[in-house]
Design a protein around this ligand. Structure first.
Ligand SMILES: *Cc1c(COP(=O)(O)O)cnc(C)c1O
Length: 456
């Protein structure tokens, strides 16, 4: 978990940072190492109460450890503690943030996007939908019912009418329902989810753009989870076709703190048309304008923001540029392969029934069962049993019809069914599928009487 070399690199970099301030008169701030150390022992003990998110046997929720370079750069910046609201508060880190925004925009084929980092995907989506409302006053926003749950809530906050578009059993936005909604004539923005949080599937962006094309309806891509797969080389044909159209949407949200190797607190919103920044205009009396240069506080809803996030992301981009064919892109291919391989192994096992083939790296699967009540009980018990063997999974509650599209013979005794879900975000996951499968199989063989498969 801890590599002492990381701490050495941090110390050396801090010493370098300090040389930039050598002219200042010395002053001492007090530091009681013993007292701090005692508190830190308590902190360390409390922090042991966590799942081991960084380990490949953590194969549950969307959690990917930050890259050491991100962690070190973030830590280093805390000795300055810049605020990326205004240039006065964070000169260097604001410059780094702007470079990062250009690099993220370039990933999607945009030369000069407007954008900035945010606390996360939710805040980034809020800004994108707020601008959408400014441009399409009174108009409706639609997003699939597998879109992130916050879209509906964001629309409530912004006072925008919202409708959920039905999904196909494979989790894609249902285009016939979208057509029905578009026929009403009051839709201002379609949110396309590029990598749903539940299944990692991609809404049919080319078909959505074909429908909105001439109409002036905005398209916002919520690529908080899936955006980085833009760089992958092993996408299937359908997924490639979706990513090939990303440059045609109006705004994009991508979360560097999901697949981008960043600590939490790093989302990003990008607008294709930089003039949309005019809607952010405010007249705060205390926002100090120290130069004519754009300062990020002018184009963001949040005021204070951690410059540390920009420093960490910039450092990561230097080590692992977000470009096709690079090491970062290769690791995304590993995740794609891990997802496919895991799906195939589950499919080949008599104990499991995987749902849709993964388009990215998220696999959802049921434990083989005669009826949905039993499937839910088995999933919950297996979740516990696997955890005892250090394998950590996630659970997902699905409409029964969704499972029945893949397991037609299962009896529907409940409206919803609990399934297992594994997000295989770490490049190491591919090599850990063997132990993961064997813990799963051994767990199934230990299911209790009440839920155990009768035929076994
Ligand atoms: C995670 C996620 C969000 C929310 O992002 P946060 O960073 O958790 O606020 C929004 N949309 C999608 C598709 C996501 O996967």
């Amino acid at each position: 978990m801890i590599n002492p070399a990381e701490l050495d690199v941090l110390r050396t970099a801090l010493e370098k940072l300090q040389t930039g301030f050598a002219d200042l008169p010395r002053f001492e701030s007090t530091f009681d190492a013993d007292a701090v150390s005692e508190v830190m022992q308590q902190v360390a003990v409390r922090m042991q109460d966590n799942y081991p998110y960084y380990h490949p046997l953590y194969a549950g929720q969307m959690l990917k450890p930050p890259h050491p370079v991100a962690r070190i750069a973030y830590a280093l910046s805390l000795w300055i503690n810049p605020n990326n609201h205004a240039l006065d508060g964070g000169r260097a880190s604001s410059a780094l943030e702007k470079e990062c925004i250009t690099e993220l925009g370039n990933m999607f084929g945009w030369d000069a996007p407007l954008g900035h980092l945010t606390g996360g995907g939710t805040m980034a989506n809020l800004e994108a939908l707020w601008i959408a409302r400014r441009l399409q006053p009174g108009k409706r926003i639609v997003a699939s019912d597998q879109s992130h749950y916050t879209h509906k809530r964001i629309c409530e906050v912004l006072g925008i009418p919202f409708t959920a578009v039905r999904c196909t059993p494979a989790g894609h936005m249902d285009l016939s329902h979208l057509d029905e909604l578009l026929d009403h004539g009051d839709v201002g923005t379609v949110v396309a989810t590029i990598g749903t949080t539940g299944f990692g599937v991609l809404d049919p962006l080319p078909d959505i753009l074909e429908r909105t094309g001439q109409s002036g309806i905005r398209v916002h891509a919520d690529a908080a989870y899936g955006g980085y797969f833009m760089l992958a080389s092993k996408l299937d044909e359908n997924a490639r076709a979706v990513f090939d159209r990303m440059s045609d949407v109006d705004s994009i949200v991508i979360d560097p703190h999901k697949h981008g190797l960043q600590p939490y607190g790093c989302g990003c919103v990008l607008f294709r048309d930089p003039t949309e920044g005019r809607y952010y205009k405010h007249d705060s009396p205390f926002t100090y304008f120290s130069s004519d240069e754009l300062h990020l506080g002018e184009i963001s809803l949040e005021c204070s923001r951690p410059g540390a996030s920009a420093v960490a992301l910039w450092a990561t981009h230097r080590l692992l540029p977000p470009v096709k064919g690079g090491d970062f892109a290769r690791d995304l291919d590993c995740s794609l392969q891990a997802g496919r391989e895991f799906w195939s192994r589950l499919d080949a096992s008599p104990s499991f029934r995987p749902l849709m083939r993964p388009e990215l790296d998220i696999v959802v699967y049921a434990v083989d069962s005669p009826d949905t009540a039993t499937a839910s009980a088995r999933a919950r018990e297996l979740f516990q049993l696997a955890a005892k063997d250090n394998l950590h999974l996630a659970l997902i509650e699905l409409p029964t019809d969704m499972l029945r599209a893949y397991v037609p013979e299962i009896r529907a005794t409940t409206d919803t069914v609990t399934c297992l879900r594994s997000v295989l975000m770490k490049p190491e996951h591919e090599e850990w599928l063997e132990p993961i499968m064997s813990i799963l199989e051994s767990g199934v063989s230990r299911l209790t009487e009440s839920t155990a498969p009768a035929s076994r």
